[in-house]
Every structure is written in C-alpha cells, then in structure tokens.
Design a protein around this ligand. Sequence first.
Ligand SMILES: NC(=O)C1=CN([C@@H]2O[C@H](COP(=O)(O)OP(=O)(O)OC[C@H]3O[C@@H](n4cnc5c(N)ncnc54)[C@H](O)[C@@H]3O)[C@@H](O)[C@H]2O)C=CC1
Ligand SMILES: O=C(O)/C=C/C=C(\O)C(=O)O
Length: 492
Amino acid sequence: MNAHHEAKETLLFINGKHVPATSGKSFDNVNPATGRLVSKVHEASRQDVDAAVRAAREALDGPWGRMSVEQRTTMLHAVANEISRRFDDFLQAEIADTGKPRSIASHIDIPRGAANFKVFADVVKNVPTETFMLDTPDGKGALNYGVRVPKGVVGVISPWNLPLLLMTWKVGPALACGNTVVVKPSEETPSTATLLGEVMNAVGVPPGVYNVIHGFGPDSVGQWLTEHPGVNAITFTGETRTGEAIMRAAAHGVRPVSFELGGKNAGIVFADADFEAAVEGIARAAFANTGQVCLGTERVYVERPIFDRFVAALKDKAESYKFGNPLDGETTMGPLVSRTHMEKVRSYFAQAKEQGATIVTGGGTPEVPREYAEGFWVQPTIWTGLPESSSVIREEIFGPCVHLCPFDREEEAVALANDTEYGLATTIWTTDLARAHRVAARINVGIAWVNSWFLRDLRTSFGGQGKSGIGREGGVHSLEFYTELRNVCVKL
Ligand SMILES: NC(=O)C1=CN([C@@H]2O[C@H](COP(=O)(O)OP(=O)(O)OC[C@H]3O[C@@H](n4cnc5c(N)ncnc54)[C@H](O)[C@@H]3O)[C@@H](O)[C@H]2O)C=CC1
Ligand SMILES: O=C(O)/C=C/C=C(\O)C(=O)O
C-alpha cells in the first residue's frame, strides 16, 4: 500500500450505523494474494458487544417484531436484489479478503449470498405447521395447532473460507423467522459482512435487526458474544475445537446451538465410474477454493484396477491450475487465507514427507508473478502410500491436498471411509445405481454425494454427525433452529 494513502477502515455496524469501536483498537485485514493491507479493522470492546446485543433486542421488541411475515419476507427479497445490484462491490470485497479467484467468488460466493435471503423468505412463507383434532369426553373436542415464534437475538459466528455465503446461510433464515442477529465474522474476512449493513439500510431493514462486531475468538468478541446473556441462540461454522468452546459458553442459560464443524471427508471411486467425470469431481472436491471447504475431500479410496490411471489423471489436473491475480479470469487457484493457515498446511506437507508419503505432485510453493510473491500460496498436492494412522489422513488440513489409497472390496471402502471421528460429507463415484444407494446409506455423514460434489439444493438438510456438528440447517430444518414451535390447544 502506498505510504501516502490513509489505510481504509472497516467499522462496526450497530443499530443501523457504521460506527468506530469504543476500544480505540484495530487490527490488520491483509490480502492473502499479495500480503498487503486491505483495511484497518475496528476491534469491538465488550461495551460494543453489549450495544449490539441491546440494539438487536430493541429491534426485536420494536418494528421488526411487529412486522407481518409478508412485509418481512418482501424486505428479504429486497436484500437479495440489492446484493445482486451491488454484485461488483461484494465481489471486490470478498476477493480482497480471501484472495479467491473471481471465477469462484462470482459463481459461488456472491450469488449464494443473495440466494440465502430469497430461499428462506420463501420457505418461511410456505411451510405449514401441524394441527391435530383431539377427542374430549364432552364430545366437543379440542383443536391443537402449532405456531412458530422467533428464538430472539441470534449470535452468528462465521468463518473465513466462504465468508458471505456462510454468514448469510445463517442470517437469511434467522431474519426470515423474525429474529434479530449479532454477527461476528471471521477476523480474516470482515468486509462483506460490513458491506451488508449498507444493503440492510438501503432497503429499509429497521436499525438493530442486523449488527456486525469485529474481533477475535477467545478473550475477545467471539467469547463475549457467545457468553452474553442477551443472546438467545448461537449458530456457528468453523473448527471443532472452537465449537467445543462455544458450547461451554452456551451452557450458561441453556442456550441452543447449531454447529457446522470440521470434516475429514472421504471420496470413493469405483472402477465402473465414469472415469473423466470422477477425476474432474475429485479434483474439485480436493482443490476448489484452495481446499478450504469443509465439505472437501482430503482422502480418496480408488478401486485397485483403475488406481494408477486415476493417480496419473489427477496429477495432470493438479498441475493444470493457474495462480496469480485473483481478478484475472485465467486464474483458477488462489492463496490460502493467512500466513498462519499457510504454515499449518505446510506443516502437514512436512509431516507427509516425514511419514514416508510418495509425493505424486506438489508439496511446495507455486511460481507466482512478482507482485504476488508475499502472498500465502501453496501447490495443489497429491500423496500416496501413507498408513491410515497418519496424521495427514486423520486430521483436517483444510488445504489443497489429498491422499489416494487403493481398495479391493466395497466393504473395505466403506470401512475406510467411516474410520474417522468426523461425519460431514462423502463423494461416491460409480455407474452401478444399486451400489450407489447401498454405499451412500452406509457412510456415516450428513451429506452423501453420488457422481457429484457440492451440488447444493438449499431446501435439503445440511450438517454433520460426530465431530462435524450438531443439528441440521437448510429448508425447513433451519426453521427448527431459528424458531420455537409453540402448540396452542383450544377447547371447543
Ligand atoms: N468451515 C469449516 O469447517 C472451517 C474450518 N476451519 C478449520 O479451523 C482451523 C482454524 O481456523 P480458524 O479461523 O481459527 O477457525 P475458528 O473455528 O477458530 O474460527 C471461526 C470463527 O470462530 C471465532 N472464534 C474462535 N474462537 C472462538 C471462541 N472461543 N468463541 C467464539 N468464537 C470464536 C473466530 O473468531 C471466527 O469468527 C483452520 O485451519 C481449518 O482447519 C476454519 C474455518 C472454517
Ligand atoms: O452451505 C453450503 O453450500 C456450503 C457450506 C460449506 C461450508 O460449510 C464450509 O466450507 O465450511
């Protein structure tokens, strides 16, 4: 950044206003492609967290709480339309924070940011609640019916890998259900959440409905928000250990949580698969978004007759990615999100080597143009030959890397895939339909893709089992978390 230019500032968004933090503190938001400063981010104090929760409560008790479902959902459609109208602003902000290529941000992140508001506005309007007629001794009966009411103030803690997409995946249904929110975006990617404040104001969402506070996790905003007694429910996407800390915080006051946590997802490729489609699909599952997708695949089991050919074909794919300017349409792989994360991923590159892996490709730093030399780049990496006990096969790395292992029998592939404490997603490749159904039913995950990966229908359930999370969001399942279902029993 030119020393003569003032650094841009990223403010908090509380009660409908972009405001400075009362702490007087800020931290750097760095562009991971270049290592240069994007903005100075205001770091919220405990007092700012209190102010945001208070604003959210007042909005709930005020105009937002009194709005009809029709008015509220119309407003959320307007939010979606305004995101689309300001598509380029969101795109630039997301790319600057994450370094992800334009091709990904423009096809996935920003459109999903808009869709998350539309879809849940429609779900809320169209989903009925249950009714039961009860026989009573006097013969007149009683009518039971369900009413959904908002949970209240929802704390939203979101990660850096798909910042707008994952934050709105929670804010969309929370607002559609009539809640108000206080959002703490990841400290690595604060911009699009802040920009969304402008959208809320532009379409007339009342002040206090949507609030954004910036800061870190422990002993900072994340902890203060999740411990705050004014927060009625907490939704979080991120690392499993963070989920454990948030769960402890939520225990005070017995507040509900919805968690979408890490994964160590397995891919399975059978010899009868459409070979080219399987290579393409596994390449996406392993390398898309520089491997920073919780649904991604870091271990793939390939049936032995096609193993060598598959390794060679995936190697060609891995070596075909183009690095450099994320805004350039030719760039197909961006950097990792931060220096810390790059060091973590590189430590696994080193562990794979120490543990005797065959490095099929990668394991180092790619060539990038000079202006990107200070960015956080790593090569897409493929290993073979590691034992299943290896840390590389057991732990979530969250980088563009994958271990390939041959198998001989379907039973064996299922057992290998299930040998993990996580249970988020799997991707299965076969042309045998009976086998596809059989295997999908036996892998212990929340989402099983067959001959596809990351094909998302927002009406379906989404979440994980084991260390991958608690609860399901998506479609009507989001309503289960973001509302209380009240039964009204009327004696006739
Ligand atoms: N979607 C996923 O599954 C993601 C997984 N990860 C994994 O987690 C690793 C660490 O990345 P981080 O960004 O540090 O993930 P993280 O889980 O620590 O951070 C996610 C969010 O939680 C907040 N947070 C952290 N500690 C908290 C606490 N005690 N209370 C409340 N909020 C808290 C952070 O400030 C951030 O907004 C990565 O290397 C990756 O392996 C990271 C991001 C997303
Ligand atoms: O909701 C989606 O479509 C994508 C979700 C991805 C994650 O939750 C993740 O990578 O963390």
